[in-house]
Design a binder for this molecule. Sequence first.
Ligand code: SAM
Length: 303
Amino acid sequence: MNPNKASQTARFVSNGIYWVSQQPHLKREVPPELARYTAEITRRLEIDRSIFGADTARRLLLFKAKLMQVVSIPGIYLHQLIRKRYIESIASETLTKGVRQLVVIGAGFDTLSLRLSAEIPGCRVIEVDHPATQQVKRAALEEFRLPIGHCHFVPADLSEESLTSALSQSPAYDPTEATLFIAEGLTMYLDELKIRALLASIVAQNQTSKFLFTYMQEATPKRYHFQHTRPATLLWLALRNERFTWGIKPAALSEFLGDAGFRLQEHCTSEELRLRFLTEANHSAVLALGENIALASQVQTHT
Ligand SMILES: C[S@@+](CC[C@H](N)C(=O)[O-])C[C@H]1O[C@@H](n2cnc3c(N)ncnc32)[C@H](O)[C@@H]1O
């Protein structure tokens, strides 16, 4: 990504969730707290900074978000919403079952870590992100009007630095603690070597840690795109230095994870999540396909 500019795809995701939360036929799909926190971060990132009044800025943002979806990937915002809902369900379950540390890698403008850090007392929450994106998020949080607990922020460009090295700079992080690592919408921006390095960093931590991540499905060799991606999207991503550089065939994922010391515990496609998270009225809504979610746990080694 552009080293001096916050991730544009992180803005795209956040604005997309806001857009869904404002659509009369879709807003019921957005849980109230996700809607409330997304509205607040959108206000800080987009609306307050606009040269127009709040109402005009809000309308313009919604129009821009709608247009972006039309010219990029039909159904992308709903896909991003259900991937967030699934990730939140796993995170909430894991953190109420004894895991006390959460590390969100490439957190962007997502609000999950902020909410969990405020909601679950005693849970240590750390966000690792590219410095350019994290700086903008931290500025947006300065006057945030909702509780955000004590989330710790670690800036790191993971194409230059390992996760282990980044986390070692945070006094908040405890490598001996069972941890849930989340990487939502991140792996497609790294290359295979960096993904292997990321897995190695996680394996080197507490053995009961888990890794929840999304990945692009490799449809044809070296092609990792959502189905029905409009050609302009590829140009838009390339101009922002946010091309997709990694993906894998679902059938090859278990072996890939196994080589890195993980066992694939759960796997979901968007199509599978549609029935689980969308109300019946939206079961046939257009949904972008091509990004899946996997939960991996470490293979225990006994010495
Ligand atoms: C598509 S956004 C996803 C944001 C968030 N996880 C979500 O799903 O709402 C991609 C995120 O990956 C981060 N990212 C991309 N390349 C990175 C790198 N080399 N090092 C660290 N973070 C990176 C960006 O800063 C951004 O926050």
